[in-house]
Design a protein around this ligand. Structure first.
Ligand code: GDP
Ligand code: CA
Length: 303
């Protein structure tokens, strides 16, 4: 079965590990968020793409929740000691990937092309496509001001409430090569349990991708990132409360109006399915280990 999955970083990557346990990797195409991308120390970093690559290649640090396992920080320590830009944590091994990507981009290679080269070098057979090769950046409007994504998320620890999310560049961004073809060939579309506003939102901000989902002829299933009305990690619950008016399944589904046919929700949220306009699939959604990841992916695919 051909599946296209829309994904952010950590939550999405966890789910994708389950998905490639139930489907052959070559049947899976991932559309990854690039709204978080940034330049640090002259390097182009694509945090969500990298989380996906590292997780699927078995290189991720699972206890820290981001970056590579067995990481060291000598380069960053040297940067800091020289008064350089050290607020965004880049480990030595991680740096290797950013160097390869940045060199390729400078030489004119599109992000999608260098991403697929890196994925292949890591031994992956699934396709990881950035939603777009064009510059698309997420900005947050907050009571304290308007911030670029990583200034808000990392530098300010996402402490500011969000009044609005803006996707700069989305108006003119085209889907990366292969994205629309993958959606056209999909037998199932899955939206991973990622943050609807800042992980999936930027992907859907590419007009042609949203249109392809609106006009789909195959089912689209989203997996809620909330368990008992709370984000497992990060600001998704706070954002839903402020921007959608609540954290029940109907509020999650409201982020995907017209785009999904079913929502996978946790048992802890099953008491409050009122007003949910799409089919609910109730299961345990906490991906605490490989077996839980696999079961969740299996449920989403069967839905
Ligand atoms: P980011 O780009 O690294 O922030 O990652 P994502 O947006 O892909 O994932 C963040 C979301 O994943 C958060 O809203 C979490 O609530 C959700 N998440 C993380 N782990 C789990 C899990 O085990 N189960 C579910 N349902 N959601 C999860
Ligand atoms: Ca992200």
């Amino acid at each position: 079965m051909n599946v296209v999955a829309l994904s952010g970083g950590v939550g999405g990557a966890r789910f994708l590990r389950g998905l490639v346990d139930v489907l052959p990797q070559r049947d899976v195409t991932v559309l990854a968020n690039v709204g978080d991308d940034l330049e640090v120390l002259g390097l182009h970093i694509s945090p969500d793409v990298d989380s996906i690559l590292y997780a699927l290649a078995g290189l991720a640090d699972e206890s820290r929740g981001w970056g590579r396992a067995d990481e060291t920080w000598h380069a960053l320590e040297a940067v800091a000691s020289l008064g350089g830009e050290a607020w965004f944590r880049v480990g030595d091994r991680d740096l290797g990937l950013h160097l390869v990507r940045t060199q390729a981009l400078r030489a004119g290679e599109p992000l999608s092309a260098v991403t697929s080269r890196i994925a292949a070098a890591l031994g992956l057979e699934l396709r990881v496509l950035p939603a777009t090769d064009d510059e698309l950046r997420t900005w947050l409007v907050t009571p304290a001001g308007t911030f670029a994504f990583q200034d808000w998320f990392v530098a300010r620890g996402h402490r500011d409430d969000v009044d609005a999310v803006r996707f700069v560049g989305a108006d003119t961004a085209s889907p990366a090569p292969g994205v629309l073809e993958a959606l056209d060939a999909a037998e199932l579309i899955v939206i991973a349990p990622s943050n609807p506003y800042v992980s999936i939102g930027p992907i859907l901000a590419v007009g042609a991708i949203r249109a392809a989902l609106e006009q789909r002829r195959v089912p689209c299933v989203a997996v809620s990132p909330l368990v008992g009305g709370r984000a497992v990690k990060g600001p998704a619950d706070r954002m839903l409360r402020r921007l959608a008016g609540g954290t029940s399944p109907r509020h999650v589904a409201s982020c995907y109006e017209g785009l999904i046919d079913a929502l996978v929700v946790d048992e802890a949220d099953a008491h409050d399915l009122d007003g949910l306009a799409v089919r609910a699939v109730v299961t345990q959604t906490l991906m605490r280990d490989a077996e839980a990841r696999r079961r969740l992916a299996e449920t989403a695919v069967a839905a």
